[in-house]
Design a protein around this ligand. Sequence first.
Ligand SMILES: O=P(O)(O)OC[C@H]1O[C@](O)(CO)[C@@H](O)[C@@H]1O
Length: 549
Amino acid sequence: MSALTDSPAWQALLDHHQEIKDVHMRDLFKKDRGRFERFSERSSGLLLDYSKNRITEKTMGLLGDLARSCGVEEARDRMFNGAHINTTEDRAVYHVALRNRSDRAMIVDGHDVMPEVRAVLEKMRHFCDDVREGRWRGVTGKRIRTIVNIGIGGSDLGVIMALQALRSYQSDDLTPRFISNVDSSHLVETLRGLDAETTLFIVSSKSFTTQETLLNATSARTWLIKKLGTDAVRHHFVAVSTNEEKVCDFGIDTDYMFPFWDWVGGRYSTWSAIGLAIALVLGMDKFEEMLEGAFAMDEHFRTSPIEHNIPIIMAMLGVWYANFFGWSTHAVLPYDQYLTRFPQYLQQVDMESNGKRVDLQGRPVDYQTGPIVFGHAGTNAQHSFFQLLHQGKWDVSMDFIGVANNHHPLRDHQTILLSNFLGQTKALMWGKTEKEVRAQLKKKGVSAERIDQLAPHMTFPGNKPTNSLVLPLITPFTIGQLLALYEHKIFVQGVVWNINSFDQWGVQLGKELARDLAPQITGEAPIMGNDCSTQGLLKYMKLLKKEYD
Ligand SMILES: O=P(O)(O)OC[C@H]1O[C@](O)(CO)[C@@H](O)[C@@H]1O
């Protein structure tokens, strides 16, 4: 047993789980009309209703005890104080400094980083204004009309997601595009139809060594040079990175490099200059509104007691289902078309952070860690995988994200959208008993034989837990709040599980092996030294390739 599973707080929850596991939420709601008041929290216009969870006040008390005994508050303070909590990389985890909108100093290694943070924001503002107002022009003197962000993972997902979410704030003057996959089809299809004279590329890479990004950037540069000549590169390429030397090697002048720092993790970097495409397309004011939203959530997280702290509550509910109910999957279901990319973005933040199997001391853990995260926008998701959520054998905890107002209030679209949001969470919680099904069918005049046949299929077990997050409207501020909320939730879970949420060694091995295999595909190295499956696949691919050459 580990210190965590052996702790009195954990043991108390194990015992309590025995009391709760067969209790139906329907009965909890029948008994207590005050559940919504008791189990909901607000912060700067955002509401979390967590009453539709398999919890009582005792559960929340015990989960709070566990958070306290795991040192969540102390860990939170260490993060906000710039301690090197990313121990395997010996770095601070300080994305909160990027959105610190107060005049508080943010100290890393005895040094206040705020002057540098503000200087980069200023540099971004000047550049964005120049591009947006037509002072920065392409090599032939034309205004920039398209921004192409070349990056992958944390240097891509948050930026695409935010720009998609904030599409209604975008003018038609500047259009964003993205190249991430090393598959050349992504590059070719993204560049198809683009006018090189009016295109600006941002090469976004924290390390500036990521194979996919560098290859894509090189091919994009070739495309540009073919059309406009070598001199065009400095008018059409800028970089965002922590690695000045590599940016220079690539041929981008460091005057046009927007720096950030090693204390910003890749998947937490949307707030840094990695967000340059957001600032260019929407304007720097909108980007800063996003930072304001994140800062509001940071302040809530930093100062609220455990019992009223939205990220901590959501994190501990996740621990409840993962570790005590033994569920492996968590669904995120935004009821707003603008948030379609949100689950995909969150998959990296959550699974790359908490998909770990050893603790901070390097010992294998004897409990489940980060869940499998998936999701899609409602109502489309209802017509896809909701069948399994309602009646399947796997149990899944869920976050529904609802947005009260719509940027495009047309007919009764928003009413129908919200009614589906509410209807689904109600159905998942309440379910429908066989008795209710039978009574309904009888009332409709269905024959007894047919009722016997249909009733088991039409019964819903219910008791499926959901969190409901409600935002007033999709704005830069609420997007900032939402992202920061999930970042902190994931952080808290990592603290409870005693894992490092800020490294990602798991992505290395495949990358290394790919580097060794590439020369075997080209023929520069003999096909050897592989297991028979890899060997067989390689040979077959080469055979097929020959047929098409
Ligand atoms: O910004 P970079 O250094 O190109 O890295 C891109 C991504 O690659 C990873 O290191 C691994 O997937 C991510 O953490 C990161 O977001």
